[in-house]
Design a protein around this ligand. Structure first.
Ligand code: SF4
Ligand code: SF4
Length: 428
């Protein structure tokens, strides 16, 4: 037996499967199997961090050679875990001296958003005018700000979720002509969801004409109305019937389910598809809704729950909203989702909001990026792509997430984080 063969018999290839995601940040490393959710988490374990760093390097592409003498108890345990979880394996080098070919997953995007935003002078050339239209998917349009209610939460809830909002200033509405022009502009684009919000949308001066115009657009539409404002406008409900319309009724605690179920039935009677968005501020709110659904399970698909931060319920957020390792594992993120989150903010990307004075936002918590009264919508999309900060608000760029290996596994930065002014709403 020659000496070369002896050496080969005592060496091994350790490899990871291509559907495994590895991230190493300082003294913290994780390995996550995107097929079955298996997660390994090593903190302050220099041996494992060195090993995962080596496996993850672009040079090694998830395959490293290791001598028999280097197979410490820690590394053997690691191999057992990756093998048992179908995340990787080990094989003797004697099976073949050539390094096995492996495909470490690497993010690839059609138009290279990172290139686009860092390319200085040439950036506009990267996108043909036609492809700009691919970058707008969801439009939230605040058609007016008129409302007779005086909700205490009016000034802050719309910054956290799709919710009506009435400013204290002068009464304003987006003119029907501007909305018509907007519909003409997006006609040949990729917009798949149009959200219509107010104020009280039923107080829009030409509401029936607006609904007719939007129906002609063929887009899927979601209308938003506070439950209090719906009661006085039941007669207008039939305007919103139709397969492509959904009415979202916004409800806050205390929930009156008897009244609510009556409204749901009435909407359905008019042929209006309806969803009740229950804004949740406490654990007690959750219990109330769970209790109602237990008694009336047929309403399960009609109700969605939206947590709301009211400035005094951080305990509720810690208990029910904060990310945990379990919630991240349960989310079973695919590689595509993980890589998307490392390049774009998936909550904001391809989405714009327009307020009733025409101002356009990539996120209602950020500065406006244009005005629809003076600029066409796709020029504003181009502005956001080239210079905006909403669509590329990434965990990898903010403290402390930039030092955390979970930063692409966690959901993109959400409105709650803008409002709470901290990015680590987690218990990790
Ligand atoms: S119903 Fe909506 S728009 Fe009116 S005051 Fe309440 S939150 Fe504001
Ligand atoms: S929220 Fe930030 S700090 Fe918390 S686990 Fe995710 S990336 Fe890490």
């Amino acid at each position: 037996m020659n000496s070369k063969k002896n050496t080969s018999q005592k060496e091994f290839w350790i490899y990871l499967h291509p559907y495994v995601y590895v991230s190493v940040k300082f003294s913290h490393a994780i390995l996550y199997n995107t097929l079955n959710g298996f997660l390994l988490d090593y903190r302050n374990n220099p041996e494992m961090i060195r090993l995962l760093k080596k496996l993850n390097s672009d040079r090694n592409l998830y395959v490293i050679k290791i001598g028999e003498g280097s197979l410490t108890p820690g590394i053997l345990q690691f191999i057992r875990k990756v093998r048992d979880s179908f995340s990787g394996d080990i094989m003797p080098v004697s099976y073949g001296e050539t390094k096995p070919i492996n495909f470490k997953p690497i993010p690839g995007v059609q138009y290279g958003y990172d290139d686009l935003i860092s390319n200085g002078r040439g950036k506009r050339n990267l996108l043909a005018r036609d492809s700009i239209r691919d970058y707008l998917d969801v439009l939230a349009v605040y058609i007016n700000n008129e409302c007779n209610q005086r909700c205490t939460f009016c000034s802050f809830v719309f910054r956290q979720c799709d919710h009506c909002h009435s400013s204290n200033g002068k009464r304003e509405e987006l003119s029907l002509d501007i909305i018509k022009r907007l519909m003409d502009e997006v006609k040949s684009g990729n917009v798949s969801n149009l959200k219509i919000l107010g104020g009280d949308i039923f107080r829009y001066s030409q509401f029936p004409a607006l609904v007719r115009l939007l129906d002609k657009s063929g887009l899927q539409k979601e209308y938003y109305i506070q439950g209090l404002n719906l009661k006085s406008n039941i007669s207008k409900l039939k305007l919103l019937s139709g397969e492509k319309n959904l009415l979202n009724i916004l409800e806050h605690s205390p929930f009156n389910f008897c009244e609510l179920s009556g409204i749901i039935e009435e909407c359905k009677g008019y042929g209006v598809k309806v969803k009740v968005m229950c804004l949740i501020e406490t654990g007690r709110d959750l219990e109330t809704i769970a209790d109602f659904l237990e008694r009336f399970p047929l309403y399960e698909n009609d109700i969605s729950l939206i947590p709301i931060f009211n400035g005094a319920n951080i305990d509720f957020f810690e208990n029910y909203v904060y990310l945990t390792r379990e919630s991240i594992v349960d989310a079973k993120s695919t590689l595509k989702e993980i890589f998307s989150r490392s390049l774009i903010n998936t909550n904001n990307f391809r989405r714009l909001s327009i307020s009733c004075d025409g101002s356009v936002f990539s996120n209602m918590n950020l500065q406006k990026i244009g005005n629809i009264n003076t600029t066409d919508i796709y020029s504003i999309v181009e502005t956001e792509l080239n210079y905006g900060s909403g669509w590329r608000k990434l965990r990898k760029n903010v403290v402390p997430c930039n030092r955390c290996p979970y930063n692409a596994l966690c959901p993109s930065i959400s409105n709650y984080e803008f409002v709470l002014k901290r990015y680590n709403l987690c218990q990790i």
